[in-house]
Design a protein around this ligand. Structure first.
Ligand SMILES: *[C@@H]1O[C@H](CO)[C@@H](O)[C@H](O)[C@H]1NC(C)=O
Ligand SMILES: *[C@@H]1O[C@H](CO)[C@@H](O)[C@H](O)[C@H]1NC(C)=O
Ligand SMILES: *[C@@H]1O[C@H](CO)[C@@H](O)[C@H](O)[C@H]1NC(C)=O
Ligand SMILES: *[C@@H]1O[C@H](CO)[C@@H](O)[C@H](O)[C@H]1NC(C)=O
Ligand SMILES: *[C@@H]1O[C@H](CO)[C@@H](O)[C@H](O)[C@H]1NC(C)=O
Ligand SMILES: [Zn+2]
Length: 356
């Protein structure tokens, strides 16, 4: 006890010096959070405490935490069909490609309030590991993920006022898989070359944003979480659609290779890849699902029982046969006594052939 006192004090002092040094040597620069490197997600919480706090997103969606909730009705998408004569701003903000949305776009049906759309953006992997979704399902990453961000416009005057209020934000998440060419997503992807570098912006014609949603949008996961980028505000009501949408290999590759996190002319350009956050701890929370998990319909259940009875039967017969053959062989070999090897083996082969 008496010896560990000074030693602990010395250790604490050393720790203090070690912690103080980096901040003196390299003053941290404002909003320069990244996904990789020293300003990567492990250090987000230094500047953005919420990132190390409660209700963090994304999460892994697995059966242990899912609960069917019959009250989760379909959402209504209002003003999502944006006329092509309206121009929308597409920008590269150094973290993702972001499309600012029309102020007349809302979702309704989350609760009694209307949530106004503000922007959408994507998260993705890289061309070698094209699995950059943020949410995972039973541990499985998808190719990419689209987020459509809304705020509670009944309660708050703008996004920034809503974003640090409980229930202030609502994000829709769509999981993207490699498959067939998707003309709707191409209304964004075909403009990526114009926003290659951070800070670049292009105006693109409006289109029906609802086309970006998967089939059966009434089937979704719902939980309370956070923004997946700093400041990680724990104020997001998440809706992750159950069904995925497909985009082609070429479209994915365009997303994975077109963009940079850095300004045009930066001497050390950084590719915009793997811009997804790792899944977060999910303790004492539930994810509510709007759909019944159809693994065990009555027909499938009885089919399953029949199949397992048949399989058990077949297995039983095999075991009995196996034991019989083994006993038969043993009897034979004991009759032939100590006689092993080349002469003996062909003989038994013939006998088993006649058995079958
Ligand atoms: C980073 O710091 C430099 C110099 O201190 C400053 O000029 C620059 O604007 C800062 N960048 C950001 C994103 O804060
Ligand atoms: C979207 O609006 C356009 C006209 O701007 C119309 O032609 C089209 O049918 C609408 N789509 C849907 C799904 O309502
Ligand atoms: C798009 O950007 C232009 C130019 O920066 C700006 O004037 C306009 O208000 C922006 N529109 C939206 C919807 O953000
Ligand atoms: C958002 O609303 C708050 C509260 O009314 C206001 O103080 C703030 O200036 C608004 N911010 C913007 C960007 O309009
Ligand atoms: C949200 O942020 C505003 C301005 O930064 C602050 O006044 C307010 O107390 C915050 N609210 C919560 C719930 O953190
Ligand atoms: Zn996002």
């Amino acid at each position: 006890m008496s010896r560990s006192g000074p030693r602990a004090a010395a250790a604490a002092l050393l720790l203090l010096i070690l912690q103080a040094q980096p901040s003196r040597a390299a003053p941290r620069n404002g909003s320069k959070w990244t996904y990789m490197g020293p300003n990567g997600e492990k250090s987000w919480s230094k500047k953005y405490p919420s990132c190390g706090g409660l209700l963090q997103s994304p999460i892994d969606l697995h059966s242990d935490i899912l609960q069917y909730n019959a009250n989760l009705g379909p959402l209504e998408f209002q003003g999502y069909n944006v006329s092509s004569s309206e121009l929308l701003n597409l920008t590269n903000n150094g973290h993702s490609v972001k499309l600012y949305l029309h102020p007349d776009m809302y979702i309704q049906g989350l609760d009694s309030h209307r949530y106004r759309a503000i922007q959408l953006h994507l998260h993705w992997g890289d061309s070698k590991e094209p699995f950059g979704s943020e949410h995972t399902i039973s541990g499985k990453h998808f190719a990419a993920e689209l987020h459509i961000v809304h705020y509670n416009s009944d309660r708050y005057p703008n996004f920034s006022a809503a974003s640090n209020q409980s229930g202030g934000l609502a994000v829709l998440a769509v999981l993207l898989e490699r498959g067939s060419f998707n003309p709707s997503y191409d209304k964004i992807f075909s403009h990526l070359q114009h926003v290659k570098y951070k800070g670049q912006q292009v105006r693109i014609p409006g289109f029906n944003i609802e086309e970006l949603l998967p089939e059966k949008p009434a089937e979704y996961y719902r939980y309370e979480g956070s923004l997946t980028t700093p400041p990680c505000s724990p104020t997001v009501l998440w809706t992750v659609f159950r069904n995925t949408v497909q985009v082609s290999q070429e479209q994915l590759l365009a997303l994975e290779t077109a963009l940079y996190c850095t300004d045009m002319g930066d001497p050390s350009p950084i590719e915009m890849v793997n811009n997804f956050r790792q899944v977060q701890k999910f303790e004492e929370r539930m994810v509510y699902i709007s759909f019944q998990q159809e693994l065990l319909t009555d027909a499938e259940l009885s089919m399953g029982i029949i199949l397992s009875v048949v399989l058990a039967g077949v297995l039983g017969i095999c075991i009995v046969l196996g034991v019989a053959i083994w006993l038969f062989r043993r009897k034979k070999s004991s009759k032939k006594g100590e006689n092993k090897g080349v002469i003996y083996k062909p003989a038994i082969k013939k006998e088993t052939e006649t058995l079958s």
